[in-house]
Design a protein around this ligand. Structure first.
Ligand SMILES: [Zn+2]
Length: 159
C-alpha cells in the first residue's frame, strides 16, 4: 500500500540529479532534453504524492470506522459488566444486576445464552408456574428459565 513512498523518493532523487546536471550543461539542446526529463520526473512525483494522499484518506476513514466499532464494543461491554451470574435454584443460573446497580434499575434477569454471546437480553416473565417457581423466556433465543420463588424479587412475583 505504501509503494508510492519508495517511488516518490526515487523520483525526487532523479529530479535532484537532473537539476544538478543542468548547472554544468552549456549545449542548449542538451539543456532542453534535461528540462523535459525533469518535467516528466516531477509529474511522476506529483502522481505518486496524489496516490499517497488517497491512501492516507483511506487509512483515516478506516481508523474512524475502527474507533466507532471500538466505542460500540466498549458500550456493550459496560452494559454486560453490570451483571453477575446468580444461582436461582438447584442447578439454575441467570445473569442478574450486581448489588451496586440494583437500586438504579427495576429488578430483572438476563439470558445466560445471549450474555455469553456478548449481548444482554432481559428475560420476560411468562407465568407463575406454581407456588415454587416462575417461568421466564428469552425474547432473543427463546431459552426458558424456571426461577425458584425464593430467588424472585418481590416486584417480579405474581400478585
Ligand atoms: Zn437468550
Amino acid at each position: 500500500m505504501i509503494d508510492w513512498v519508495a517511488a516518490a523518493f526515487s523520483s525526487a532523487k532523479a529530479a535532484g540529479d537532473i537539476a544538478k546536471s543542468l548547472v554544468t550543461l552549456r549545449d542548449e539542446e542538451l539543456v532542453r532534453g534535461r528540462v523535459m526529463e525533469l518535467t516528466s520526473t516531477l509529474m511522476d512525483l506529483q502522481q505518486q504524492m496524489m496516490q499517497g494522499q488517497l491512501e492516507q484518506m483511506a487509512l483515516i476513514k478506516k481508523i474512524a470506522d475502527l474507533e466507532d466499532a471500538l466505542k460500540s464494543t466498549k458500550a456493550k461491554q459496560n452494559v454486560l459488566e453490570r451483571y453477575e451470574l446468580r444461582g436461582v435454584g438447584p442447578a439454575k443460573v441467570v445473569y442478574a444486576l450486581k448489588p451496586e446497580y440494583a437500586d438504579a434499575e427495576p429488578a430483572h434477569f438476563c439470558c445466560t445464552n445471549c450474555y455469553d454471546k456478548g449481548h444482554r437480553s432481559v428475560l420476560k416473565a411468562m407465568r407463575q408456574n406454581n407456588s415454587t417457581s416462575m417461568k421466564f423466556s428469552c425474547p432473543e433465543c427463546s431459552n426458558t428459565f424456571f426461577i425458584t420463588g425464593e430467588y424472585l424479587p418481590d416486584t417480579l412475583k405474581a400478585r
